[in-house]
Design a protein around this ligand. Structure first.
Ligand code: 6PG
Length: 239
């Protein structure tokens, strides 16, 4: 596990963007699972502002690690957020974008999207393998859309499952621990003081960390990088 602590969200975005650029230069095709949330939004804006010409986006294939079961035009849609903040500002072939169809029936879409991942991703250990999975961390310790009250979804034998947001009841399609921990590299993008306690508990394996789905993230390759701003890392660095 590597921690990269930046003094601001913009510096975090810059650190991540340069690493992402290096990844795209290091291999032919790069299959990436994206996350929703506020920190990825900052990173997408930074990539759109500074890396449109520095990255050959035709080598990048975008998927989603989780998606809200809403139409792609809905403000809640992770796809819409990515389209508005990144995809509409870079030159990337439409066939490189594999959207979760949030407008579909959730159960049918979880099956369909799981098949999409089987068809388009390389395999390792006979399991679809992302080159990079980007994750956020919820205030409750969730990641992707696996929430503490349904942490058992992590161990599903399926590529994707239908999750339910514990507060809103909103249905989500999420990839499962089987795919997350099979990725070549996993990066958490976490900012804000409100995440500092969970970050400490998970990174230091303290308190109720075992009840947080994010604590189950442990890629077989051991290539796990936490991109944190100083606020989110404040309980790590206070010792
Ligand atoms: C989503 C995200 C979710 C997010 C966390 C953190 O669809 O909402 O995939 O897992 O990463 O909730 O979100 P913030 O960074 O906005 O706190």
């Amino acid at each position: 596990m590597q921690l990269i602590i930046s003094s601001s969200k913009e510096k975090l975005a810059d650190e991540f963007s340069h690493q992402f650029q290096e990844l795209t230069e290091s291999q032919e095709n790069v299959h990436v699972a994206l996350s929703g949330g506020s920190t990825p939004k900052v990173v997408f804006d930074y990539l759109a502002e500074n890396f449109t010409e520095k990255i050959d986006w035709s080598k990048v294939f975008f998927y989603w690690g989780d998606e809200r079961c809403v139409p792609p035009t809905n403000l809640e849609s992770n796809y819409k957020m990515t389209l508005d903040h990144l995809l509409s500002k870079i030159t990337i072939p439409a066939e490189n974008i594999f959207r979760v169809q949030g407008e579909n029936d959730p159960i049918e879409e979880a099956i369909r999207y799981g098949n999409v991942l089987d068809q388009h991703l390389p395999k390792a250990n006979k399991i679809p393998q992302f080159d990079l999975v980007i994750l956020g961390l919820g205030d409750d310790g969730h990641t992707a859309s696996i929430f503490p009250d349904s942490i058992q979804l992590w161990d599903s034998s399926h590529n994707c499952e239908v999750a339910t947001h514990p507060d809103s009841g909103q249905k989500r399609v999420t990839i499962t621990g089987k795919l997350i921990n099979n990725a070549k590299r996993i990066t958490f993008l976490v900012t804000g003081k409100n995440k500092s306690e969970k970050v400490r508990e998970i990174v230091k394996e303290e308190g109720d960390f075992r009840s947080y789905p994010a604590s189950l993230v442990n890629p077989a390759t051991a290539d796990l990088i936490w991109f944190l701003d100083q606020e989110a890392a404040s309980e790590l660095t206070s010792d």
